[in-house]
Design a protein around this ligand. Structure first.
Ligand SMILES: Cc1ncc(COP(=O)(O)O)c(C=O)c1O
Length: 366
């Protein structure tokens, strides 16, 4: 593909184009660092929303202690780009994965997460055979009902078994309060997050009483960040999507702290009816499962529905002068599942193309 030259004005970029406003991105990163520092905790932002070593390096340079990854494949990409402090927050299983984890450990210092001894044993054996050790967190189910061992005694029992394996260095615990992000009433949301995270921090106390070291207590997403940072006993948060923001975080999670840095630039390609316009971006350009996108600066235009390659907009009377060729900027409903539909971010500074950042770890699902 022929990329446009740097300094191209935003309005001259071909569409649909996934755009990133550099000033807003940098402000979000600064604000997240400030929020974490004020609470005395570290930030290990999840990279699943950007999958970009260019962004990963900026986060580390700004003060993040490392990155969180969903997959071993993502961690391999970041390690190749020189980022070595990587939490792989999904369980790793199967001989091929274990082999790759050993190879990754030779280059970087990953942390894996475990919720069963059957994940730990083959990893321990392979690390020991290679003369290596890998750090691990015990993942605890704090109510999400996804992965995780039960908090309390069950977690302590697993931690004790893992701590006895020389190929693994137990580094702490993690949990994710993802089931509590969209609670409407903010006092109720705060109380429920506090209760869930207390399951985590009480487990740390039990571990310490049992003389099992637990230096890391990791949790926290963008949709819960302002509450998670207040929890005593937490050492770090994994919130990642805040660097972009989107409609889900802003409207459904009521997170007002950050700016919308990520947009999708589109062009009106058809005007079949006075109150209907069609844009050149459908479900293959943005995800709507978690939330509908909104049109930036145009309350009078609503994204009605998307088919694969068409976006169908409903226009109020004041928007009916919209013409074929006009351009509209959309804030994604959910950035995380939208970015991965694109090959690159067009990075804009003062409305001009400043850089192009590939999503190098996109598709590294294995
Ligand atoms: C393990 C884990 N940590 C943190 C998060 C939060 O990520 P974000 O801040 O991008 O919403 C998620 C989201 O799915 C997650 O699965």
């Amino acid at each position: 593909m022929n990329f446009p030259p740097l300094s191209t004005p935003k309005d001259d970029l071909d569409t649909p184009a996934l755009c990133l406003d550099l000033a807003a991105l940098e402000a979000n990163i600064r604000d997240a660092i400030k929020l974490c520092r004020r609470s005395g905790i570290a930030w290990r932002p999840h990279a699943k929303c950007h999958k970009s070593p260019d962004i990963g390096r900026r986060l580390i340079d700004a003060g993040a202690i490392g990155l969180t990854c969903a997959k071993l494949g993502e961690a391999e990409v970041f390690a190749a780009a020189g980022i070595h402090e990587l939490l792989i927050a999904n369980p790793i299983a199967g001989p091929r994965k274990v082999e790759r984890l050993v190879a990754l450990r030779r280059k970087a210092d990953p942390i894996i997460c475990l919720d069963h001894l059957d994940q730990a044993l083959p990893i321990h054996s392979a690390m020991q055979a290679a003369g290596l050790r890998v750090r691990a967190l015990i993942e605890i189910d704090i109510g999400l009902d996804r992965v995780g061992v039960a908090p309390g005694e069950a977690a302590v029992a697993l931690a004790r078994q893992v701590a006895a394996l020389p190929g693994i260095k137990l580094a702490g615990i993690m949990g994710y309060e993802g089931h509590l992000l969209t609670i409407e009433d903010q006092a109720e949301k705060a109380a429920k997050i506090r209760a869930a995270l207390t399951l985590l921090t009480d487990t740390r106390k039990l571990l310490e009483q049992a003389k099992i070291p637990c230096p890391i207590v990791s949790c926290g997403g963008t949709g819960s960040l302002p509450f998670a940072v207040l929890q005593p006993g937490i050492t770090e948060v994994q919130a990642g999507g805040l660097i972009f923001m989107d409609v889900f975080y802003r409207e459904k999670c009521k997170i007002g702290h950050f700016r919308c840095a990520l947009t999708l630039l589109t062009t009106v390609v058809s005007r079949p009816a006075p109150d209907r316009a069609i844009i050149d971006a459908g479900r293959k350009a943005m995800n709507i499962e978690i939330g509908m996108p909104v049109v930036r600066g145009r309350d009078d235009i609503r994204v009605d529905r998307l088919s694969a390659e068409h976006g169908i907009l409903k226009l109020d009377p004041s928007a009916q002068n919209l013409r074929i060729g006009d351009r509209l900027e959309l804030i994604p409903g959910y950035g995380d599942l939208t970015t991965v539909l694109h090959n690159q971010f067009y990075v804009l500074k003062n409305g001009l193309l400043n850089d192009i950042w590939p999503l190098t770890a996109r598709g590294r699902l294995e």
